[in-house]
Design a protein around this ligand. Structure first.
Ligand SMILES: [Fe+2]
Length: 182
């Protein structure tokens, strides 16, 4: 099993773009905070977040291979199947069979919103407030690529409120911020 230092080095080696690596680590952070909320294994959830878009820069133009290629790489590295399943889950709903695999979807979306919000603040993620992120969630023109439905459906998917998702997301992003200059 890879530790997080090895896992991040592996993730970085698969990313052509710095923005992709930043996205991966931001989702790692959000998944860490969610794992603690549910008293689940933090290192396992961290890996699921970190690896979820591992093949992004290669499968960009080929969305059907997205996550499938990452799953091949991860199995070749001996990464455990529960993590591979969660990676597949973010692109293919049929893999959303456990809480970690369902959590990937809102974690992915809220991390996108939080990173965009941090980038327009001089203090980046430091001192970020739930209320200001909520406003940005409602502002459709802000970070338009972020899927709002995936955030708003968090209560149905993993049983926490949007408010809690944002609060945990901020905490998680702050935890990994030094790795991605946020
Ligand atoms: Fe993603």
């Amino acid at each position: 099993m890879m530790d997080i230092v090895e896992a991040r080095a592996f993730a970085r080696s698969k990313c052509d773009k710095d923005t992709t690596y930043r996205h991966l680590v931001s989702v790692e952070g959000v998944m860490r905070a969610l794992s603690r909320r549910f008293e689940e294994d933090e290192e396992t959830w961290a890996l699921a977040g970190l690896f979820h878009d591992l093949d992004q820069d290669i499968t960009d133009s080929d969305p059907d291979r997205h996550a499938t290629l990452a799953a091949e790489w991860l199995r070749a590295e001996g990464v455990k199947e529960v993590v591979v399943n969660a990676v597949l889950a973010h692109n293919f709903p049929e893999y959303r069979t456990d809480r970690m695999a369902r959590a990937i979807v809102p974690a992915d979306a809220v991390a996108g919103l939080l990173v965009a919000a941090a980038l327009v603040r001089p203090e980046k993620s430091v001192g970020m407030k739930v209320s200001s992120v909520r406003k940005k969630l409602k502002e459709k023109a802000f970070a338009p690529g972020v899927n709002r439905d995936e955030i708003n459906e968090v209560e149905d998917s993993i049983g926490i409120s949007v408010e809690d998702l944002i609060a945990l997301g901020i905490e998680g992003l702050q935890q990994v911020a030094s790795e991605i200059d946020l």
